[in-house]
Design a protein around this ligand. Structure first.
Ligand SMILES: Cc1ncc(COP(=O)(O)O)c(C=O)c1O
Length: 400
C-alpha cells in the first residue's frame, strides 16, 4: 500500500475532477433551446412553459404540474392552497433547507420541528406522532438528499388525524417508495429545479398534485394569466387580479428544464450506478466507521447528494481530520450540512431552544459528503475514490 499523501505518498485521485464532477452541465441542446427563444423574443411568455408542465406531470405521475419561479414559491403556493393560516401548526424536520418551513411561517403558522432518523436522514415518524396537536394542519416530509422518507407510518399518522401531507421532493426527482413515485403520496409535492439539483434548470420549481383545488388555487395565487384557462369557474373571477403574487416560470428556464428532463434518465442512472458502486465498495472496507445500512427493497433512492454518516466512535480519527486526510488524497469531500432550523434566530425568537433535537444534532455532525460522480462514465473516478478510502482505512482505521 502506498504511503498516505499527507505523509508524502502519491495522491489517490489523479483524474480531471473539474470535468467529471462539473454540475450542472448544460450542452448544445440547452444553448439552442434558449437561443431559439431569445431570437424569437419569447423571453417572458411562451408555450414552452406549458409544454414543460405537461412533460413534468408525465414524469411525476400526477394530473397537474405547475412550474414556478423556484421551489420556495411552490412551497408557498402549497401552504396557501391548503389554507394555512395564523395559529395553525406545521410539522417540519429541523434538518432541512429553510424553504421547507419558512413559507408556512410567513403565512402565520407555528413551525413544529422534528428529529430525523439515521437511515434515511429524513423526518422521524415516531417523533411526528409525538408532535401532533389539535392545531396540526400539515406535515412536511423532506426526502433529504434523494432518500425517501418512511411514507407508510407518515401517511398512517396523517390519515388518522386528517392532516395534510405536503412532500418537499426538492432532492428526490426519480425517487420511489414501495414502487410509487415520491411526490404522489401527499396532497401535493414540490420539486426544486435550482441549479445544484439533480434536475437543474437554474431557478425553477414545480408543484405537482392530483387535487384540482390545490392546483387552481396555486394558479390563482401566482399566475393570473393562466386563471382564464382553468377547468372550473371557482377562481376564474380572479382572472384580472389573481390572488396576489406572480410566480410564473421564465421560458428560458423552462427551455433548459425540458432538455434536462430528457437527459434525466441517463444522467440519473449514471449517478445512481456510481454512488451505489462506491458505497458497496466502502461498506466492505474494514475500520472506516462509515454507517451504510442496506437499502430496503421497497426503497428506490436517488443521490442528489452522496452523504454518509461517519461514526467517530469506531475509533478512526475525528471527522474534521478524516475530511482533511481524504482531501489530501485528492478526494473532494466535505462536512456539508444544513444549519438546523430550530437554532436559527427566527425560531429561537419564537420559543425554540437551541439545545433541543440532540439526536439530529449528533447525526448531522457525523455526515461526510462525497461527490455523486455525475460524469464518470467509466467508473474510473469512483475506483480512485475507493482506493483513497481503502488507503486511509488501512493506515488510520479501527482494525477491530
Ligand atoms: C429541501 C429543499 N426544499 C426547498 C428548496 C427550495 O427550492 P428553491 O431553491 O428552488 O427555491 C430547496 C432548495 O435548495 C431545498 O433544498
Amino acid at each position: 500500500m502506498d504511503k498516505l499523501a499527507i505523509d508524502g505518498g502519491p495522491r489517490s485521485v489523479t483524474l480531471d475532477q473539474d470535468r467529471l464532477l462539473k454540475w450542472p452541465v448544460l450542452g448544445k441542446e440547452e444553448e439552442d433551446a434558449v437561443l431559439d427563444l431569445m431570437r424569437k423574443g419569447d423571453i417572458s411568455s411562451s408555450s414552452v412553459v406549458d409544454d414543460f408542465a405537461k412533460e413534468f406531470a408525465a414524469f411525476a405521475g400526477t394530473k397537474y404540474a405547475l412550474p414556478q419561479v423556484n421551489g420556495t414559491a411552490c412551497l408557498l403556493s402549497a401552504f396557501f392552497s391548503i389554507g394555512i393560516k395564523p395559529g395553525d401548526e406545521v410539522i417540519v424536520p429541523t434538518n432541512t433547507y429553510w424553504a421547507s418551513a419558512m413559507p408556512a411561517a410567513f403565512l402565520g403558522a407555528k413551525i413544529v420541528f422534528c428529529e430525523s432518523e439515521k437511515t434515511s436522514l429524513g423526518i422521524d415518524p415516531s417523533d411526528i406522532a409525538k408532535k401532533i396537536t389539535k392545531k396540526t394542519k400539515a406535515i412536511v416530509p423532506v426526502h433529504l438528499y434523494g432518500y425517501p422518507c418512511d411514507m407508510d407510518p407518515i401517511m398512517e399518522i396523517a390519515n388518522k388525524h386528517s392532516i395534510t401531507v405536503i412532500e418537499d421532493a426538492s432532492h428526490a426527482h426519480g425517487t420511489e417508495y414501495r414502487g410509487k413515485k415520491i411526490g404522489t403520496f401527499g396532497a401535493c409535492a414540490v420539486f426544486s429545479l435550482q441549479g445544484t439539483k439533480i434536475l437543474p434548470a437554474g431557478e425553477a420549481g414545480v408543484l405537482v398534485t392530483n387535487d384540482i383545488e390545490i392546483y387552481e388555487k396555486s394558479v390563482a395565487l401566482g399566475h393570473y394569466e393562466r386563471v382564464s384557462s382553468l377547468e372550473r369557474e371557482n377562481y376564474k373571477k380572479y382572472r384580472r387580479t389573481g390572488l396576489g403574487l406572480k410566480h410564473r416560470l421564465s421560458p428560458l428556464h423552462a427551455a433548459i428544464a425540458r432538455c434536462q428532463l430528457k437527459k434525466f434518465p441517463e444522467v440519473n442512472g449514471r449517478i445512481t450506478r456510481n454512488c451505489e458502486k462506491f458505497r458497496a465498495a466502502i461498506k466492505n472496507i474494514k475500520g472506516t466507521g462509515f454507517f451504510l445500512p442496506d437499502i430496503p427493497k421497497h426503497v428506490k433512492r436517488g443521490y442528489f447528494m452522496n452523504q454518509i454518516v461517519y461514526d467517530e466512535g469506531y475509533g478512526i480519527i475525528p471527522r474534521a481530520e478524516l475530511v482533511q486526510v481524504l482531501g489530501t488524497e485528492g478526494l473532494r469531500v466535505g462536512q456539508s450540512r444544513y444549519e438546523l432550523l430550530h437554532k436559527q434566530a427566527y425560531f429561537t425568537e419564537r420559543g425554540n431552544k437551541p439545545d433541543d433535537f440532540a439526536f439530529t444534532e449528533k447525526l448531522v455532525s457525523q455526515l461526510v459528503s462525497f461527490p455523486n460522480f455525475p460524469w464518470d462514465e467509466t467508473g474510473e473516478l469512483v475506483d480512485q475514490y475507493i482506493r483513497g478510502v481503502e488507503k486511509v482505512a488501512y493506515y488510520l482505521g479501527d482494525e477491530t
